[in-house]
Write a protein that binds this ligand. Structure first.
Ligand code: 4NP
Length: 151
């Protein structure tokens, strides 16, 4: 079975949203995929996702209620076939944790071929890229990844 891990900083906004969106679409497509998410930092370990992310996801039909935050562990690079970072900082942090062993992390937006953006910005502190923008970026990258897995 293909195993996909989404990674951001805190694992309470972007990567759990990606987990919920991608799980929904793979289920709809009848594709058996194991989907999980993690943070490069463990600050929110065990906590539910950010209520703003949960609300935005629910508005678009995705359920994040059962997801709890966890930090990435080195064995994840051996468990997962895809380790997908939201931004360049996540990517460089992941390369340090990976230490040359196992699956090489990639940017999630590498699968959104129609977009020029490379990063899904952190919405936590209320920057110009808001929670709905983040969800739309995630939906586009999810569609690209799903298409690749079905090809
Ligand atoms: P995420 O957003 O990486 O998309 O989950 C963040 C969540 C929490 C913090 C930073 C980013 N934080 O500093 O606690």
């Amino acid at each position: 079975m293909i195993k996909v891990l989404f990674v951001c900083l805190g694992n309470i906004c972007r990567s759990p949203t990606a987990e919920a969106v991608f799980r929904y679409h793979t289920k709809q497509a009848g594709l058996k995929v194991m989907v999980d998410s993690a943070g490069t930092a463990g600050w929110h370990q065990g906590q539910p996702s950010d209520p703003r992310s949960c609300k935005t996801a629910a508005d678009f039909g995705y359920d994040m209620s059962k997801i709890r935050s966890r930090a990435i562990i080195p064995s994840d690079f051996h468990t997962f076939n895809f380790v997908l970072a939201m931004d360049y900082q996540n990517l460089s942090d992941l390369e340090i944790i990976r230490n040359g062993q196992g699956t090489r992390p990639q940017l999630f937006l590498d699968f959104a071929h129609q977009l020029s953006e490379r990063e899904i910005p952190d919405p936590y502190y209320g920057g110009k890229t808001g929670f709905v923008d983040v969800l739309h970026l995630i939906e586009q990258a999810s569609a690209g990844l799903l298409a690749q897995l079905q090809a």
